[in-house]
Design a protein around this ligand. Structure first.
Ligand SMILES: Nc1ncnc2c1ncn2[C@@H]1O[C@H](COP(=O)(O)OP(=O)(O)OP(=O)(O)O)[C@@H](O)[C@H]1O
Ligand SMILES: [Mg+2]
Length: 254
């Protein structure tokens, strides 16, 4: 193909936003000649490259938009360390049908047992499967809702959250939530109830949620909605953070 014709073709592909096809076209033409590719195989190969490129780009964008503090995967989770977590249950959750069924997932357990790790793993998996995901801590969520109340954009804020198929609210229970915060959180939960999924991590068992929200009635109403369609993963093991530290201390003692 003449240089000018090639440039024109690349320019047209770029106008059609087929950037990957435009980029690899010169190399691909050479390969096609060397390997005597049939026309159909040639065009199929080019299109597949573009699809792979666009899919990967969209996943990357979704992961970036989700604002995970770190990337964690189920493959990176040592189930033999945390024996109270069922690998089968997590694998089943990782097929993400809970999102289609608009169910919630709640990870409960003491510090360091992998609640956030598992929540992020499911979130990343959801991004890879084209769901829109948002990750935030309970205190960030409540401060965002509180400021939206102050500038009268609360309903807009709820609509913004509604665009996400999955919202992960991390660390419910570490910081106390005041009456206004509890009220806003209740409205947030109600706005997603039976419409879209939430993953929650908490160090506090449900019977202690009255303390977190400083209001037993609200806590009960929140739990009632959250738990109606929920998958609960109760982790009872030891902190993974202390695993190596403990080993260190034990060898020092010897
Ligand atoms: N079973 C595990 N296999 C591999 N890494 C793990 C496991 N459990 C926890 N971790 C790692 O240990 C660290 C602490 O885990 P994580 O942050 O998920 O704990 P957490 O239950 O959310 O604790 P906290 O309640 O303090 O927030 C992370 O780096 C996480 O990746
Ligand atoms: Mg955590």
């Amino acid at each position: 193909m003449a240089n000018m014709q090639l440039h024109q073709l690349q320019g047209n592909l770029e106008r059609l936003k087929m950037y990957r096809m435009a980029e690899i076209l010169p190399e691909y033409l050479k390969v096609a000649v060397d390997r005597k590719l049939a026309h159909q195989d040639f065009i199929e190969g080019l299109i597949e490259e573009e699809i792979t490129f666009k899919t990967e780009r969209s996943i990357k964008y979704k992961i970036k938009r989700a604002k995970f503090p770190l990337i964690k995967t189920l493959d990176g989770f040592d189930f033999s360390f945390q024996t109270t977590v069922s690998k089968e249950k997590l694998n089943e959750l990782a097929n993400l049908s809970f999102i289609d069924r608009k169910e919630n997932v709640i990870f409960l357990g003491p510090p360091g047992v992998g609640k956030t790790h598992l929540a992020i793993s499911l979130g990343v998996k959801a991004c890879e499967n084209k769901y829109t995901v948002m990750f935030l801590t309970a205190s960030d969520l409540i401060s965002q809702l509180t400021s939206s109340l102050a500038d009268r954009t609360f309903q807009q804020e709820l609509k913004r959250f509604a665009q996400y198929k999955l919202i992960i609210v991390d660390e419910i229970g570490y910081l106390p939530i005041d009456q206004v915060g509890a009220n806003l959180f209740f409205q947030f939960i109600t706005s997603r109830y039976e419409k879209s999924s939430i993953i929650i991590t908490s160090n506090k068992s449900f019977s202690n949620w009255g303390q977190i929200f400083a209001d037993n009635v609200l806590a009960t109403a929140i739990l009632d909605r959250l738990l109606h369609h929920a998958n609960i993963v109760n982790i009872k093991g030891e902190s993974y953070r202390l695993k190596d530290r403990k080993k260190e201390l034990l060898t020092q003692e010897k």
